[in-house]
Design a protein around this ligand. Structure first.
Ligand code: ATP
Length: 267
């Protein structure tokens, strides 16, 4: 894409093919995120305002950040990530100004997705450590979100592991008024995620990803990704004794013969 002096390119490139499981969530988000970002004119014609905020919740490593990136990528939108704890601490005293800057930049470079990870750090429930600073920051965030409405070319995705710790004021109509639970994958979903993360790996015939997925109960997407990576590293260790590392380049027939075997997926 073309980048001029006044426009930023915050594009990410991740496709729907890189998301395992989460089919219902992706389908729904295509309607409420991709559609208004790509075709705001549809919503203008129908006289409705698109959702401006969507809350993704669920345990770590199950794809909240991945989904935000995919939605931005597939909607051809710029992505503006905000890390909740970081903006509260690193910019202490300037958090509101920083939020205003990011929202302005997102508007100036729309279509955009603002992704607020660990949003509970910005907008905790009132009972939880809720001082004047937090009150001002939440008020600022809400004001910025209220100011987004009308055109739908900026959508805010918030993510949290602790939905019950988010200020309920955030979950009112016109704010984060759609929610999706992004939960730990089931067996079929684990299989899809295994396929995705082994796609570019030379996997030996003795590896049956279906069998493997049945044994990974409780593994998140992030766990599966790291399992695949570990397996690849273990396979290298197996081959190491046969490889002459002094040669300038490992011969291609040696590389070609390398495979990740079933044992590599186990301790
Ligand atoms: P956190 O709360 O820690 O931010 P998260 O839910 O945002 O967790 P991600 O950061 O999206 O999790 O996941 C980490 C990595 O794990 C992703 O980059 C991706 O490679 C892999 N992953 C997680 N879920 C999936 C999935 N459903 N399909 C494919 N890969 C996944």
């Amino acid at each position: 894409s073309i980048s001029t002096e006044t426009s930023v390119d915050r594009k990410v490139r991740v496709t729907y093919e890189e998301v395992g499981g989460l089919r219902r969530e992706v389908k729904a988000m295509r309607e409420i995120v991709e559609l208004p970002l790509k075709h705001p004119e549809l919503f203008v014609r129908l006289g409705i305002e698109p959702h401006s905020g969507i809350l993704l919740y669920g345990p770590p490593g199950c794809g909240k950040t991945l989904l935000a990136k995919v939605m931005a990528s597939e909607s051809e939108a710029n992505m503006f990530p905000i890390n909740g704890p970081e903006i509260m601490n690193k910019y202490y005293g300037e958090t509101e100004a920083k939020l205003r800057d990011i929202f302005k930049e997102a508007k100036d470079n729309s279509p955009s997705i603002i992704f607020i990870d660990e949003i509970d750090a910005i907008a905790p429930k009132r009972e939880e450590a809720y001082g004047d600073v937090e009150k001002r920051v939440v008020a600022q965030l809400l004001a910025l979100m209220d100011g987004l409405n009308d055109r739908g070319n900026v959508i805010v995705l918030g993510a949290t592991n602790r939905p019950d710790s988010v200020d309920p004021a955030l979950r009112r109509p016109g704010r984060f008024d759609r929610e999706f639970e992004i939960s730990v994958p089931n067996e079929d979903e684990r299989f899809e995620i295994l396929e995705i993360h082994t796609r570019s790996m030379p996997i030996s015939d003795d590896v049956d990803l279906k069998d493997l997925s049945s044994e990974l109960h409780g593994y998140t997407g992030a766990d599966i990704k790291s399992l695949c990576r570990e397996a690849a590293l273990k396979s290298i260790r197996r081959y190491l004794p046969e490889i002459d590392l002094e040669t300038e380049k490992i011969p291609s027939e040696v590389l070609q013969s390398m495979q990740i075997k079933l044992i590599d997926f186990y301790d």
